[in-house]
Design a protein around this ligand. Structure first.
Ligand code: SF4
Ligand code: SF4
Length: 310
């Protein structure tokens, strides 16, 4: 989309839920398929698409936006986002906030999008939707695209035809998709795993939020003595993580895979791993002991009641 603002709508990959589109052309497009669309400042529907938004944020979206304002992630989250649940288990997500008493984007101005160079992924995609799929048993992902047609958007009547590849390039989406790809996989895997992975603990959700959205919070966590005791991190990498948000974000994705799926993505110190195993073993034994005691008490109660009845 050209230099205006756009609406956000992506779906399929667990990051962006579909808006209630007036019409979605149910035709899947690949990178070299063409579609007709052009958005520009002089168009009669200028700003219409940002007046009723539902925009989900991915980690790199947040990094770009908070950097634009010179805020910490936490400050940006508090001022410009709202919470939502990404799945039925309550996986925490963030959406862009709207203006007070309005469904218009908080960044919308009469001149257009006030954060245009750092607008989120979903805004860049519109009027395309992204379908991100990971087939069971496959090591690679599949992306496909579809055209989103809403009645208020006149861009589809403009005589400009381009391929999806050209459009993605023009919108800066190659970078955004690359930076967010690993996170999308995590979200998709978590969503599609269902009972195989089970409901994550509240602590897992806290860590998911920290690693996904609160980069300064995650940096403090990664710099904490407890983290250092458990994980084996190359000192050079550690140094980079303390100063480079994007590198830290990718490290946070590795951490999430370890926490949510038990993948060995960050080397664990042997001694600490042993201690943890012992700790969990002791916990497990305590739980089993308690359960056995409960069973015995229950049997005693049953036995006593039978004696009373006889
Ligand atoms: S961030 Fe910009 S492009 Fe996206 S909805 Fe808001 S005003 Fe529109
Ligand atoms: S052409 Fe579509 S995307 Fe562009 S301003 Fe109009 S409604 Fe928004």
């Amino acid at each position: 989309m050209s230099e205006t603002r756009n609406e956000a709508s992506m779906t399929g990959e667990g990051v962006h839920d579909p808006k209630p589109f007036t019409t979605i052309q149910p035709v899947q497009l690949s990178l070299d398929d063409k579609f007709q669309f052009r958005c520009h400042k002089g168009i009669a529907c200028f700003n219409k698409c940002c007046e009723n938004i539902d925009i989900m944020l991915a980690p790199y979206d947040l990094l770009r936006l908070k950097r634009r304002f010179g805020l910490t992630s936490r400050e940006f989250i508090d001022q410009y986002t709202r919470d939502y649940q990404m799945d039925s288990h309550g996986m925490p997500g963030l959406k862009l906030r709207t203006k007070p008493d309005s469904s218009a984007c908080i960044f919308l101005t009469p001149e257009g999008c006030s954060v245009y160079p750092d607008r989120p992924t979903a805004c860049r995609y519109y009027a395309l939707g992204l379908l991100h799929m990971h087939k069971a048993g496959s090591s690679s992902d599949e992306d496909s695209y579809f055209v989103v047609k809403e009645d208020h958007c006149l861009g589809h009547q403009e005589p400009q035809v381009q391929t999806v590849r050209e459009y993605r390039k023009e919108q800066g989406l190659e970078l955004y998709d690359e930076e967010n790809r690993e996170w999308r996989r995590i979200v998709l895997k978590k969503r599609s795993a269902g009972p195989a992975i089970g409901k994550p603990s509240p602590r897992s959700f806290e860590l998911f939020f920290l690693a996904s959205y609160d980069i300064e919070g995650f940096r403090n966590f990664a710099a904490s003595p407890g983290f250092g005791e458990l994980f084996e991190i190359d000192p050079e990498l550690k140094q980079e993580l303390m100063t480079d948000d994007v590198k830290l974000m990718h490290f946070a994705f590795r951490f999430l895979k370890q926490v949510l799926f038990g993948e060995a993505t960050i080397p664990v110190k042997q001694e600490a791993a042993e201690k943890r195993r012992e700790h969990y073993q002791q916990k497990l034994e305590a739980i089993e002991r308690e359960a056995a005691e409960r069973r015995t008490q229950e049997q005693d109660r049953l036995y006593d009641s039978l004696k009373e009845d006889s």
